[in-house]
Design a protein around this ligand. Structure first.
Ligand code: DI6
Ligand code: FE
Length: 406
């Protein structure tokens, strides 16, 4: 197999652990060698072993080389949009009022059910392309706007199809416990039972990699989520949770007891929740796009998470209602400006810690043996990408060793 050399790079590896670790794992005059879909060597340009037998060579002339970005929380599959609802909100209606009047998530459920699977797929593919153009090489996609056996299955199929039509890696998540569909009004427990049956079928069909839920007074209780997680666990699926977004519902404590991959949002997370997710090794997934778009004022407990050493990830949470963002680079900036994460913490949030949030241990760092998922940027240092916003300095994207046209 031919080996490919990327040389004269300003390289940010995000490699953990080494005593010699520099911020961002950054060094100038770096080089990296790939073979097939793997990284086989990383080091200083002048330390390249002579016997590596390089087939192809790229001179990066000082450009920045980083791991491909990982967007570990998206709702990319849905019909319609909510621009009219955005406008209503600017005329004074609140998110909760709109939801109560049958708008909000319910309106996207109607549009999703009305859309053909191919249309859902094409729109999700188009959104994924936009993310990829900014260096995203791995993507999580949730269902949760179908809310029936057939429409959830179609949504997960569309999500899987994104990973088949594009080189980006896709992890799928069933979020059937996103909202109560109208046909189950007043029968939330019966809905949870039905959703558990769908999950078994989706799992048998190979459509689902993880299970998620929205734990909130306006959505599902901890008892209902516990039943859903118990079924997920019996199928060998890892779980994650939309927790403490609008109130402290104790979702994180529950999720930690199921060894959750991540707890997401967390604006109202209390000290008990921080302790619980630290002990379970759960990633805190912060979503600055939703915080910004809903004009939230309650900040997630960053200092407590940092002090406890909880790994923090950042994602777009792309969805039509609370975060219509399709830029992970913008989230990098917002994590700094709105949440006061450092640029390095934000970067780790879209690389190493995002990989951890998906349970993937083969990516998120530039280290020998990991997948060759790379991004090349028109920048000298990773902090520049957290600093600028509204520009896309991504020049090249490599996924599994193959360069893609973004
Ligand atoms: N939290 C959110 O912010 C989104 N879902 C969730 O559980 C909102 C989804 C929407 O408004 O369509
Ligand atoms: Fe979400």
């Amino acid at each position: 197999m031919t080996r490919t050399l990327w040389r004269r790079a300003n390289i940010a590896t995000f490699a953990d652990g080494a005593a010699t670790r520099t911020p961002y794992g950054f060094s100038e005059h770096g080089a990296l060698v790939t073979e097939g879909d793997r990284i086989v060597w990383v080091g200083a340009d002048d330390a390249l072993p002579a016997d590596l037998r390089i087939g192809a060579e790229h001179d990066l002339q000082g450009a920045l080389l980083t791991p491909g970005l990982i967007d570990a929380h998206t709702h990319l599959v849905y019909g319609g949009d909510r621009a009219a609802e955005f406008e209503q909100r600017l005329h004074g209606a609140t998110y909760a009022e709109i939801a109560k009047a049958g708008g909000g998530i319910a309106s996207t459920v109607r549009a999703t059910r009305a859309a053909a699977t191919e249309q859902l797929t094409e729109r999700a593919v188009a959104r994924a392309r936009v993310l990829m153009a900014e260096g995203v090489t791995t993507l999580e996609i949730k269902s949760g706007y179908g809310l029936s056996a057939d429409d959830e299955r179609r949504s997960l199929k569309a999500a899987r199809e994104v990973g088949l039509r594009l080189p980006v890696s896709v992890c799928t998540t069933s979020l059937a416990l996103h909202a109560l569909p109208p046909e189950y009004a007043g029968q939330a427990d019966a809905y949870v039972d039905a959703a558990c049956d769908w999950l078994r079928d989706q799992h048998a069909a190979g459509l689902v990699d993880a299970a998620d839920a929205f734990c909130e007074s306006i959505a599902f209780t901890t008892d209902q989520v516990a039943r859903w997680f118990t079924v997920a666990r019996s199928l060998g699926l890892r779980v994650k949770l939309h927790a403490e977004q609008l109130s402290d519902s104790k979702g994180a404590v529950l999720a930690a007891s199921f060894n959750a991959l991540s707890c997401d949002h967390l604006e109202y997370l209390g000290a008990d929740g921080v302790r619980a997710i630290r002990e379970s090794g759960t990633v805190a997934m912060l979503l600055p796009g939703a915080y910004y778009f809903l004009r939230e004022t309650q900040l997630p407990p960053i200092a407590a998470l940092r002090e406890a050493g909880v790994p923090i990830a950042i994602a777009t949470d792309h969805n039509p209602g609370s975060s219509p963002a399709l830029s992970l680079l913008l989230m990098l900036n917002m994590a700094c400006t709105l949440f006061r994460l450092t640029p390095e913490e934000s970067w780790r949030g879209v690389t190493v810690n995002a990989a951890k949030a998906l349970g993937l241990d083969d990516r998120g760092m530039l280290v020998s043996g990991m997948r060759a998922d790379l991004a090349v940027w028109d920048a000298e240092h990773p902090r520049e990408l957290a600093y600028r916003f509204g520009v896309n300095p991504c020049r090249r994207v490599v996924i599994g060793g193959t360069e893609c046209v973004a």
